[in-house]
Design a binder for this molecule. Structure first.
Ligand code: UDX
Length: 436
């Protein structure tokens, strides 16, 4: 099959490379000429483990191409995917669909013969109908079926998630489109991956409902963690104790500083807006958004309590990890973006290290960026772990302790054990676990 992928962000680039690896002929298209040039010369604009190799192999095999101009690829395509950004619109939290609409309009002008136009971007319920209307307006005679095919991949595990997903969701009522989608995902059929065919609006809602549910699950365990601290219980054991119940499931029950990233914050907000707009508000998700926002800011209080102060004036706080989660360079809505300013507002001088979060330098003011965890520890009154990069799990703690002014560790991801840390002479605070 011939595929045109409009948009080479995380989702577009990974999906394009994986479809090429399935054996299809794929052209990834982006308006950003610099990005396309970089991709053509073997560079990858994002950090995603394994993606560089996958792209290189498929380029070499003659299955993966890059272009700034959509014309040729769209003409040949059996399926055109729209994988452009849908950021939160400033002010109201609605998803900004201007890029999606522009892409639909452009594709409508270019298609030749029956073409499946697929939204991979996360789009609010009803967007498929809007795209259909755009196509009808621009080219009434075009033979196009508009399909919803949301993407559930996680950053940092994107290739694995795309190639071995729990399920694929395809929203369409069109038989010809169903056949094209089946053919595109054929290797997954062989793996017995469930492919769920639904109506288009249902498919669009599945994506939001899934992300909102996961965000709610994380927020639930975070609140339970606070309760654990108050009553002297251990949230990790509570998570295991409830997660072994198959109806609950053990995943996404790691208590931490609050969820961040390019999806959960934006998608929960957009779902809240859609639900209100249709007069069916979802209170649980509205509360999730509020609790998570407050939680990120409240983490600074934990640090203040750990250093035994009224505030953090005159203190140096070392921060390990700034990206919203490990194995990504993505800083979007990262908890660090709330926590670090809150530490500074409490009077602290902050020094920080992240292996890939280079953009933090533009996003966080007055932070002293260091080149290693040990440089961050030097002279610090407390060390705060915000993101659980693997390299922070294997620190030379004796060296860290010697470098610090005072051996205070605030571990917001529970990567160390309280009794071990105590034995090593640290004043150690974590999330939802009793001190020793
Ligand atoms: C998420 C969804 O998992 C994915 O299906 C969807 O398509 C896009 O959004 P992603 O944003 O890449 O993927 O990251 P994910 O691993 O889900 O983590 C999101 C946030 O939740 C991170 O800030 C992470 O640290 C936090 N989290 C996750 C927790 O705090 N606890 C958990 O148990 C799991």
């Amino acid at each position: 099959m011939h595929v045109a992928m409009i948009g080479t962000g995380y989702v577009g680039l990974v999906s394009g490379a994986c479809f090429a690896d399935f054996g299809h002929i794929v052209t990834c298209i982006d308006k950003d000429a610099g990005k396309i040039e970089r991709l053509k010369s073997g560079g990858i604009p994002i950090y995603e483990p394994g993606l560089d190799k996958l792209v290189a192999q498929n380029v070499q095999a003659g299955r993966l191409f890059f272009d700034t101009d959509a014309a040729e690829a769209v003409k040949k395509a059996d399926a055109v995917f729209i994988a452009v950004g849908t950021p939160s619109r400033r002010g109201d939290g609605h998803a900004d669909l201007s890029y999606v609409h522009a892409a639909a309009e452009e594709v409508a002008k270019l298609v030749d013969g029956f073409t499946v136009l697929v939204t991979k971007s996360t789009v609010p319920v009803g967007t498929g109908d809007e795209i259909e209307a755009i196509v009808k307006r621009v080219r009434p005679e075009a033979d196009v079926a508009v399909v919803s095919n949301p993407e559930f991949l996680r950053e940092g595990a994107a290739i694995e998630d795309f190639k071995r997903p729990d399920r694929v969701v395809v929203g369409t009522d069109d038989d010809r489109a169903r056949e094209v989608m089946r053919e595109l995902y054929r290797p997954l059929y062989l793996n017995e991956t469930p492919i769920l065919f639904t109506g288009r609006r249902t498919s669009e809602l599945i994506k939001y409902a899934a992300n909102a549910f996961l965000a709610m699950k994380i927020t639930f365990i975070n609140e339970v963690a606070d309760l654990c601290e108050a009553v002297g219980a251990d949230v990790q054991q509570v998570a295991r104790g409830i997660g072994l119940d198959n109806r609950i499931g053990g995943k996404f029950l790691h208590a931490g500083p609050g969820y961040g990233g390019s999806c959960f914050p934006k998608d929960t907000l957009a779902l809240v807006q859609t639900a209100r707009q249709y007069g069916a508000p979802i209170d649980l998700v509205e509360t999730t958004v509020k609790v998570n926002d407050e939680r990120k800011k409240a983490m600074a209080q934990k640090v203040i309590r750990a250093v035994d102060g009224q505030d953090l004036s005159g203190r140096t706080i070392g921060v390990l990890g700034l990206t919203f989660k490990p194995n990504t360079d993505d800083m979007r809505d990262a908890p660090s973006l709330d926590i670090v300013p809150a530490l500074q507002a409490a009077g602290a001088k902050v020094q920080a290290f992240d292996p890939e979060g280079h953009e933090a330098r533009q996003m966080l003011a007055d932070v002293d960026f260091k080149d290693s965890p040990y440089d961050v520890a030097e002279g610090a009154d407390a060390l705060v772990i915000i993101t659980e990069w693997d390299q922070f799990r294997a620190l030379d703690l004796d060296r860290i302790k010697l470098l610090m002014k005072r051996p205070v560790m605030v571990d917001l991801r529970n990567i160390y054990k309280p009794d071990d840390m105590k034995a090593r002479g640290f004043a150690y605070t974590s999330v939802g676990r009793p001190g020793v």
